[in-house]
Design a protein around this ligand. Sequence first.
Ligand SMILES: CC(C)(COP(=O)(O)OP(=O)(O)OC[C@H]1O[C@@H](n2cnc3c(N)ncnc32)[C@H](O)[C@@H]1OP(=O)(O)O)[C@@H](O)C(=O)NCCC(=O)NCCS
Length: 161
Amino acid sequence: MSPSNSGPAHARWQRAEYRVDCDPAALDLALIHRFLSEHSYWARGIPRALVERALANSLCFGLFDEHRQLGFARVISDCATFAWLADVFVVDQARGRGLGKWLVECVLAHPQLQALRRFMLVTRDAHGLYAGHGFSVPEVPANLMAIVKTDLYSASEDGMR
Ligand SMILES: CC(C)(COP(=O)(O)OP(=O)(O)OC[C@H]1O[C@@H](n2cnc3c(N)ncnc32)[C@H](O)[C@@H]1OP(=O)(O)O)[C@@H](O)C(=O)NCCC(=O)NCCS
């Protein structure tokens, strides 16, 4: 599934009235920060400045209709061998229309994310969404290691955000 535009511009896909767009300038930062800090189970309380820094250093995918942003995903990658998919969401009012599946499809179709040796993510309960796109539970989970700080943002003071 090639992007609808070609050349050096940011990748973009169109499906009926919906659009997935990798142009960072199109992103609604307030919406992304609100979802992550108030509604996500993985980044609750994250300060806006951290979201901005994370996005600035990621390949971002905004999901839009003609009027506003409806969803988001971002990829951290060397664009050669490895990628990490993070912060995937579709706003409540737009769920159940296949948009989440399409968003992941667009991520995997991005020209800079082809032929990677490993594409990873963490999910609490959306395995079915990703399994449909080829992700699977690692054969040997014990081979994976991580440093995880789950309570990092809940500990921040308001003045530090
Ligand atoms: C997960 C999410 C992005 C799915 O978006 P969506 O637009 O409603 O999804 P779709 O309509 O494309 O359908 C998703 C498919 O994945 C499946 N699925 C599996 N686990 C799911 C889950 N936890 N939540 C939603 N769908 C899930 C659905 O059953 C559906 O498959 P089907 O069409 O065969 O029934 C959306 O529910 C969301 O933003 N949830 C809150 C944030 C979140 O949990 N993000 C994922 C973090 S890993």
